[in-house]
Design a protein. Sequence first.
Lengths: 87, 664
Amino acid sequence: MLKDVLKEIFNAKAFSISLIAKNLNISEGLVEDSVKELLRMGYIIEDMGSPTCDTPCSGCAMKAFCNSVPIKIYAIADKGKKLLKNI
Amino acid sequence: MNTIALVGNPNSGKTTLFNALTGSNQHIGNWPGVTVEKKEGKFKYKDKQYNVVDLPGTYSLGAYSEDEVVARDYILKGNPDVVINVVDATNIERNLYLTTQLIEMGTKVVIALNMMDEAKQKNFEIDLDKLSKELGVPVVPTVASKSRGLDSLIEKAIEYAAESENPKIEFSFGDDIDKEIEGIQAILDNSSLEYPSKWIAIKLLEGDQEIFRLIENKGPASIKERLVFLEEKATEYELEIVDKRYEFIGKIVNKAIKKPLEIEETRTDKIDKIITHKYLGLPIFALIMFGIFQLTFVIGGDLLGGYVATFIEIIGEQVVGLLTMIKAPEWLLSFLSEGIFGGVGAVFEFIPLITVLYFFIGILEDTGYMARAAYVMDGLMRTLGLHGKTFISMIVGFGCNVPGIMSTRTLDNKKDRMIALLINPFMSCGARLPIYLVFIAAFFPKHGGIVLFSLYALGIVVALLIGKIFSKTLFKGESSDFIMELPPYRLPIFKYVVRDMWDKVWDFLHRAGTIIFIVVSLLWILSVLPFGVEPYSQESILGRIGTILAPIFVPAGFGTWQATVSLFAGIAAKEAVVAILGMVYAGVSEGSQLVTALQGVFTPLTALSFMVMTLLYTPCAAVLATVKQETKSNKWMIFMAVYPFVIGWIGAVLVYQVGRLLGF
């Protein structure tokens, strides 16, 4: 299942949890867990320095410009690319 | 038997079950050495007292969070007589992942299949006997929130704890991994480690660092020698092991549960089909932005506009009148009247419009649309050889170019980052809004939305074109790929939108009250000196400086010393442009209103040319300082100060000269 999720992410420029869940006919919770596992294992990488924050930090000079909805960005890591070649 | 441990995913109803069992008989503390809360309680069942330990909610039993380590250590070392695994029946596949790990541990597990009422509402048909048989552990249906099924659960847990055998179900991780597990297990079986040897073997092949440390310290020499090899193997097997668990769960779920046939397309996906459409996405984005600008003028301009201006005018008149009565010095009256109320006051007049615009942008952000906007622009960005992430920093730049530039840190590739950084100031920041608004009010009151939209669009177009030029000249190379997760759409929460809007407006007011005040004060001094000259005249120091520089802007149609000094003051902070115009034009016409004054010295064409210049020219000092900080280079800071000025000047000259040729 993790490989299927990785393939879905790779094939899309933008993905939503719900769309992958629909395509693979599994629950959204399961997709969320899969994405977390893929991240943890280093198959995908998340941009930690996302320009948009979940909540504005008090005292941050940029807090007025924080989006209330964060944009999460991922890249397929070399480990992930290697795995995709073998699938 | 007297100790029961409760374990389960967050939101599975575990704590509700704990509260239902123990009532007020609870004790809350901390697990030793960590900040994780420890909840213990007692209850009586058939005259016998039992202890219950509520373990932290967790999705798995790895070693990736304190919660996971606390839960698994307690299960393995705390020796509970039985573990009740609370499983959310409406999200069974996800919850069973934890169950498989409990079974791997060889723990005595009883499943409390909770939220059965909700599962029924969703038309899930769960065959409890089959589920129990496939998992090899007892399954008891419960609705903890209504205290249903709790007696059966306790009865079953006590009964199961008394049994001598632990779960028997085994599942295969595939031949290679199974063989490795057997090999490790054979070595560990005679060791005195406190964990089951098979579980240690699985964890080693999953690359669990806690277990690697355990083996390093206490493991037999024969396994210590293999640790490097096992660590390598773990990178290969880790995903396979997790995948096999999900495969096992999938098979069980297929056998024991019948769900409504297919997962329906969500509302988010339906909307996204249109919003992020290959061809429709961009026009929709443009339409949304245009709609926002139009609405801003309808509400902020037509309905709210004017009140603040009138208010400031009345206050100004009252203050100056009062000071005249008490015979305050002339210079103070002039400073307050022209400098503060005429200058800084002119910036404040546009607060209603700015507030309304931020409100609508807040709504857009809160719905999750901004991620779509970045995605929609991604295709265009790639066509131009730019990284798609650049547009995200550009969106941030619409608020303020400082965080916009700082957000380019997320671009790993130096080429992508430098381009994103250098084009960011073409994104029209909030500080430039008052400049557009005052000129729109003076010359395009009926077409405010379209003019504002065109300026923002022009900023994007220029940024993309310059980015393309940079990618072909200064910064050649490949852009890296990225994938974006689109969050689900949600209804904006009014409270958050208003809070966000207020933060931005407050920031604007704060700048107007500090930086702009200082800039206006300094330039006011220059505009009344030397003594003896007519204040705000061409003979003042400010007038003389402006007169020297003004010829630069003659080809752009606004070669007056007033326009020139306001533009250069804007390099300190963009809001200062309006403030300085307000100050130097105060008293030019009847009523000393800036809008009226501008109508007397600009034409619609020169106004447009001036707005294009302010959109594109040198960013403010804070941005230049940020560029220096981010690039660690004075060269790039100077480049950032000069090249947008040239672009802005070319843009303004083009607008004016082409406009003249067309007869405007």
